[in-house]
Design a protein around this ligand. Structure first.
Ligand code: APR
Length: 237
């Protein structure tokens, strides 16, 4: 094992692309068919909650039709092996799917929320559910009708766990970004934070991201192919 013991991996939609989940900004991405303002902002939800609920209901329903790919599984393997060696892998994901969990990883931070989590705006309770929610649905905790929104961080809202993420970057030896375009902050800024702290940095992405030049190294290709190879390199170093 090399000196690298603590690793932070930031993941984005690209790591789930080979599982069949659409990315946002690639050709054929979700934002080609949907307006961000309409389905991914608090204002859009206030204006047309039915549209927003049905958008996330469809994405939640898709989860049962997809499987984790070799990239998710390789990260779970890395997590397990680092733990055995007294190290730590922290997966900071912008993804709202559950493929890291189903791939076997445990130390996952969902900074943009989760499709399988719901948030009742009446009683301010969050709860897990794979069901579809409509304006007719009742909160299972307080029974309020039509008040349950997806527990997804929309544009204009504060991402979750920012202090925890920054603490993990501060304590890591290596920061790796996988499958993200680097278009959305604060996640896009984590590489600069890592560089400012003199951490090693690596990007694995199909195309160079917007902040590609900040990384010490960029590997271009499919996550499902490149991530297992990189994990083997780390474990065999
Ligand atoms: N392997 C590796 N990278 C891939 C693959 C693949 N198989 N397929 C696509 N990519 C890369 C693309 O080249 C692109 O740079 O994944 C990136 C996906 O970028 P986006 O669609 O912008 O997704 P992401 O970066 O996760 O978006 C960030 O934007 O709309 C919001 O909240 C949403 O969390 C999301 C955030």
């Amino acid at each position: 094992m090399s000196k690298i013991k603590n690793i932070v991996v930031l993941t984005g939609a690209g790591i789930s692309a080979e599982s069949g989940i659409r990315t946002f900004r690639d050709t054929g991405g979700l934002w080609e068919d949907h307006s961000i303002d309409e389905v991914a902002t608090p204002e859009g939800y206030a204006a047309n909650p039915e549209l927003v609920l049905s958008f996330y209901n469809a994405r939640r329903a898709q989860l049962s039709t997809v499987e984790p790919n070799p990239a998710h599984e390789a990260l779970a393997r890395l997590e397990q092996r680092l733990l055995e060696k007294g190290g730590l892998l922290t997966i900071v994901t912008q993804n709202v799917d559950d493929l890291h969990e189903r791939g076997g990883a445990k130390n996952i931070i969902h900074m943009h929320g989760e499709l399988l989590s719901q948030w009742c705006r009446a009683c301010d309770t969050k709860f897990k559910s794979a069901e579809a929610f409509t304006l007719e649905s009742h909160c299972p905790k307080c029974d309020a009708k039509g008040k349950v929104r997806p527990d997804i961080v929309w544009f204009g809202e504060m991402p979750y766990f920012m202090d925890t993420i920054e603490a993990h970057i501060l304590n890591c030896d290596l920061f790796v970004s996988i499958g993200t375009s680097g278009a959305v902050y604060p996640a896009a800024g984590y590489v600069q934070m890592a560089r400012g702290l003199n951490k090693q940095t690596l990007e694995i992405n199909l195309d160079p991201s917007e902040g590609s030049y900040f990384f010490h190294e960029t590997r271009l290709g499919k996550a499902g192919e490149l991530v297992p190879v990189w994990v083997d390199e780390i474990l065999n170093a």
